[in-house]
Design a protein around this ligand. Structure first.
Ligand code: 0XW
Ligand code: MG
Length: 369
């Protein structure tokens, strides 16, 4: 089987409630790029990359399409099942830009599944479950709104609640988090995620003020180094998210005692091929991780749910997908990937188990052959 053509599609994803807010940025629409990798056998595979705006991470939607334009010609004629070779070719054509490589890599995994008649999760080591636990990120609001929203999601069945923080007075964050902790059952996992919006001092003050609460702080500061400086000065476990851009950083975070776990994203590390290594490293090193992506439609959701299904219970913090926050991204012939009681059932069928309804999509914005 050989790659004969790469087609690139563009979609706009609208945020359902008008805007998605984090400490340093907010978005109301997301620019989504889907790749269709066509082989000489007639089998096609799909991958996607949807940055969360231009400032959440070093990701840029138009940059993804420019990066694919640079890499796609180098993939023509390659067997998509040789994912390491495909990755080498991508790295040889373009340094970095993992979020663009992620889309092409995921499409190759979809093709492997379709060609062998297997689900992607089984090719990645085997599914431990048929439905993955999810978590909900509650956006900043008044104290009462935040506690209420968190409790509602817990009642829906979400086993883990992430409260967004930062971008306002620290006292407001502390008050809201205390109210959420009071509203939730002690068996629900609680995380506070300022998305790089706190200083090291804010983080230390927050941790002192909430010392009596069992919670985890996720990526409070901007850089890896800031977290390194405060890791042993706070009273809560620290997860890194945005800073963990590659495997050496992840290893350094664990072995240097900086992070006790990760909010991990498919497109940040560059697709299922590197994410498989990250998953295995985390298990070997004994640290938990989520398996998420930034945003996206069913293709991204399927890729994260397939990988999530393979993570052993003790290390799995769940999978976040953007479906509850957005209007449907693009139409598919297969059943949409949706939450059921705070969990996400795995799609059925081989490969990713997602079949786009292509006749309803606009024409490709680019084709490489
Ligand atoms: C809540 N998330 C998983 C969704 C957005 O991609 C941001 C992210 C996070 O934890 O930072
Ligand atoms: Mg995060």
């Amino acid at each position: 089987m050989k790659i004969a053509e790469v087609r690139v599609y563009r979609h706009s994803i609208t945020v359902a409630d008008g805007r998605y807010q984090m400490s340093l940025s907010e978005v109301d629409a997301l620019d989504c790029t889907v790749v269709e990798v066509v082989t000489d056998t007639g089998l096609v595979g799909y991958g996607e990359t949807t940055p969360l705006g231009p400032t959440y991470q070093e990701q840029h939607a138009a940059g993804a399409r420019a990066a694919i334009a640079t890499m796609a010609p180098a993939l023509i004629g390659l067997d998509p099942r040789r994912t390491n070779l495909v990755y080498e070719r991508m790295d040889h054509a373009l340094n970095g830009h993992r979020y663009a490589k992620s889309a092409l890599d995921v499409a190759c995994w979809d093709l492997i599944g379709k060609s062998y008649g297997e689900r992607v999760c089984d090719l990645l080591g085997g599914a431990e479950r048929s439905s993955v636990p999810s978590y909900f990120g509650v956006m900043p609001g008044t104290t009462a709104e935040t506690a209420d929203a968190a409790q509602r999601r817990e009642q829906e069945g979400y086993p883990r609640i992430q409260v967004k923080a930062g971008g306002r007075a620290l006292a407001d964050d502390i008050e809201a988090v205390r109210a959420v902790a009071e509203a939730l059952s002690p068996t629900t996992k609680l995380l506070v995620d300022p998305n790089r919006g706190w200083t090291t001092r804010d983080t230390m003050e927050f941790s002192v003020a909430c010392r009596d609460i069992a919670l985890t702080i996720e990526q409070p500061c901007r850089t890896f180094d800031e977290h390194r400086r405060i890791a042993d000065k706070i009273h809560h476990p620290l997860f890194l998210d945005e800073s963990t851009v590659d495997i050496p950083t992840i290893v350094r975070a664990v072995t240097g005692g900086v992070a006790q776990g990760f909010g991990m994203k498919l497109s940040r590390v560059g697709g299922l091929t590197p994410l498989r290594v990250v998953r295995d490293l985390c298990v070997e090193l004994g640290v938990p991780l989520t398996i998420d992506d930034t945003w996206g439609g069913d293709i991204t959701a399927a890729a994260t749910v397939h990988m999530g299904a393979t993570v052993p219970d003790a290390f799995y913090e769940g999978t976040w997908i953007s479906e509850p926050y957005q209007k449907p991204a693009y139409s598919c012939l297969t059943s949409p990937i949706r939450h059921v009681g705070g969990h996400i059932p795995l799609p059925e069928g081989v490969g990713l188990g997602v079949e786009p309804d292509l006749p309803t999509w606009a024409d490709p914005v680019a084709t490489y052959r």
